[in-house]
Design a protein around this ligand. Structure first.
Ligand SMILES: [Zn+2]
Length: 240
């Protein structure tokens, strides 16, 4: 089965009707990985798979529009009918377990470790999830943030996370068959990309799919400026 990317949501910086924030499913090598868990994506994910059929979660950074749905995911994994056999592997920035636990703490410590087996990311982090490998790079977003290359050994998907222009992003995209890249801002920024920045980072990649297009850019304008016809919309699937 070829590797597949399914867009759960791409809205920035808050969800709109029918448009969750950042979240994606990657399927391949017998594995299903959930990349980023923005608000609205837990419901959208269930249009495609059961939460308990997700093999691992990978989180780019701790901004709410990329991580908020991990909070109800804890409830789903611990307090509902799903009853997973073991904690779900969660790859995320340093401190992610504590951040979730602090929000979910009511009368005592929240049992995050029962829901998630937390693995903290760093530049060069490498993980194997069944037949998929995830290679993480640190990118520039003003605080710890990461991009990732996912491969099944045959094809490569690269995802920018949120970032400004940086060498790590260009390296991340180089040689990828599909590059899923944010284009959040209309004018240059140290912590986000313009459509032109995305196109420059994608110069050595295959198909460029724009995502996380911010509120001050029209998707059609962003696509035109980046020279691609692919803009991530909820429910869209791409063969990598
Ligand atoms: Zn962000």
């Amino acid at each position: 089965m070829p590797m597949e990317l399914i867009v759960l949501g791409s809205a920035s910086p808050y969800p709109r009707p029918g448009e969750p924030c950042s979240g994606y499913l990657v399927r391949g090598g017998g594995a299903t990985v959930w990349l980023d868990a923005g608000p609205g994506t837990l419901a959208a994910l269930q249009e495609h798979t059961a939460l308990t059929d997700v093999d691992a979660i990978w989180i780019s950074h701790l901004h709410a529009d990329h991580v908020a749905d991990l909070l109800p995911a804890v409830y789903a994994l611990l307090f509902a009918e799903l009853r997973p056999a073991k904690p779900m592997p969660l790859y995320g920035p340093p401190g992610i377990g504590e951040r979730l636990g602090a929000f979910l703490s009511n009368t005592g410590p929240a049992p995050i470790g029962q829901a998630f087996a937390v693995h903290e990311l760093h530049d060069g982090h490498f993980a194997e999830v069944d037949g998929l490998t995830l290679a993480t790079r640190a990118v520039e977003h003003g605080f710890p943030a990461f991009g990732v290359r996912v491969t099944d050994g045959a094809r490569v998907l690269a995802y920018s996370g949120d970032t400004g222009p940086c060498a790590a992003l260009t390296e991340l995209a180089g040689g990828a068959d599909l590059f899923l890249c944010e284009a959040d801002v209309p004018t240059p920024s140290p912590v986000h990309l313009t459509p032109e920045d995305a196109a420059r980072a994608a110069h050595a990649a295959g198909k460029l799919v724009l995502t996380h297009i911010g509120p001050f850019l029209e998707p059609a304008e962003a696509a035109g400026r980046a020279g691609t016809d692919a803009v991530a919309t909820p429910g869209t699937g791409y063969e990598v």
